[in-house]
Design a protein around this ligand. Structure first.
Ligand SMILES: Cc1ncc(COP(=O)(O)O)c(C=O)c1O
Length: 380
């Protein structure tokens, strides 16, 4: 479609946009059961609007927004026990993981670098390995779909530049034994990155959660995404390094900008979602997050128990807010649900249906889903 010669008036443009927006799903309708993003917190939406023109790619022009980023990172560091850690709000978990492996690779300076990834690692690592020319080496999982530390140990060699563990795997929400990985990392003096894109804003609000953060001495960096369980606007990922020494390995000089260096991969960078992240942290505080997280986990329990009582097999007991189950034909069941307006995922690797219980889901949505599910023929 070619650009028209004359512009249209604002009313017409906005009216068309409103119409087109109707084609998109809305989180608030409770039909999106397959996304790690969610409806942003109401204050995040206002904050986003307020900082729409702010670009942290040229941070010297936006010292106010830069302050918000520093404060948001400092709050995340507090949650993750990173007293001297440094980091950035980035475009998402993919960029956060990329920066971590870039730091690991540049620190190690090995000519044929390899990274040990659990079989359950997020696909962003495939992109990253291809970009950074790092060989991925797969470590196997235990019966609860967590990485097997013995397998990780077995994979280590002199080319290993990093080990990755996940807190909230994308397919099942499994939590790898980061304490064991930390011990291995210390023993072999290898970089340990924790991808807590999802779980990093869940575990800190749970009683008796396993340690996965900078309390474990082997952990060098953590991905934790405000645009997932942090209720921020998109794009807001987070990367935290144990200390600022790591930053030396990811910096790029930016000679003609207001700041001399950039540490993130993207250049021009949204200040709006940074402000939104800060706004959610201020609005919710630990109490608000604890409430939100526990509500999601209670609903996860209700959903998984109801599925089991209807004869579906859970792939594993949910560790976080993801329910994965099988029917006699999971792929067809996903299609049948889609026809009824429910968006759940089919996970080919595990041949199962996956549901992520994000904060936009309410009891009534889960009840309506279960009712529709029970009306789908037996053979699925
Ligand atoms: C564990 C994990 N890591 C990384 C990512 C990538 O995050 P993003 O899509 O924000 O780049 C995801 C996305 O779902 C994820 O679940």
């Amino acid at each position: 479609m070619a650009m028209q010669t004359k512009g249209r008036n604002r009313k017409a443009v906005l009216a068309e946009l409103r119409k087109i927006r109707e084609q998109d799903l809305k989180y608030r309708d409770g039909r999106i059961l397959c996304s790690m993003c969610t409806e942003p917190h109401p204050t995040a939406k206002i904050a986003h609007q307020m900082f729409l023109s702010s670009n942290l790619g040229d941070a010297g022009l936006f010292p106010g927004t830069l302050r918000l980023e520093k404060e948001a990172i400092s709050k995340l560091a507090g949650l993750l026990h990173g007293e001297s850690s440094a980091g950035f709000i980035v475009s998402g978990g993919t960029e956060a993981n990329l920066l971590a492996l870039l730091a690991a690779r540049n620190t190690a300076d090995v000519s044929s670098p390899e990274v040990i990834l659990p079989q359950s690692a997020h696909f962003s690592f495939s992109k990253i390995c291809s970009l950074l020319r790092i060989k991925p080496v797969q470590a196997s999982l235990d019966s609860a779909f967590r990485v097997d530390p013995a397998s990780v140990r077995h994979c280590i060699n002199r080319n290993t530049i990093a080990v990755v563990g996940t807190v909230g795997t994308a397919e099942l929400g499994a939590v790898d034994p980061i304490d064991k990985l930390s011990d291995i990392a210390l023993e072999y003096e290898v970089y340990l990155h924790v991808d807590a894109a999802l779980g990093g804003l869940i575990l800190p609000f749970l009683k008796n959660a396993p340690a996965f953060d900078f309390r474990l001495k082997g952990v060098k960096s953590i991905t934790v995404d405000p645009h997932k369980m942090g209720l921020a606007t998109v794009p807001a990922g987070g990367i935290l390094f144990r200390d600022s020494a790591c930053l030396e390995h990811i910096k790029t000089e930016t000679p003609y900008l207001t700041e001399d260096v950039q540490y993130t991969f993207v250049g021009t960078k949204s200040g709006a979602s940074v402000a939104a992240t800060w706004a959610v942290f201020e609005s919710l505080g630990r109490e608000g997050f604890t409430k939100t997280v526990n509500r999601c986990l209670r609903l996860t329990k209700t959903l998984s128990a109801s599925l089991e009582s209807r004869g579906f097999n859970l792939v594993t007991k949910p560790a976080l807010n993801i329910v994965a189950f099988r029917s006699s034909n999971s792929k067809l069941l996903v299609k049948a649900l889609r026809q009824r307006g429910w968006f759940v995922s089919y996970v080919p690797r595990l041949d199962c249906v996956r549901i992520i219980v994000m904060p936009h889901l309410r009891k009534r949505h889960v009840a309506a889903f279960l009712k529709d599910l029970s009306e789908i023929p037996e053979r699925f």
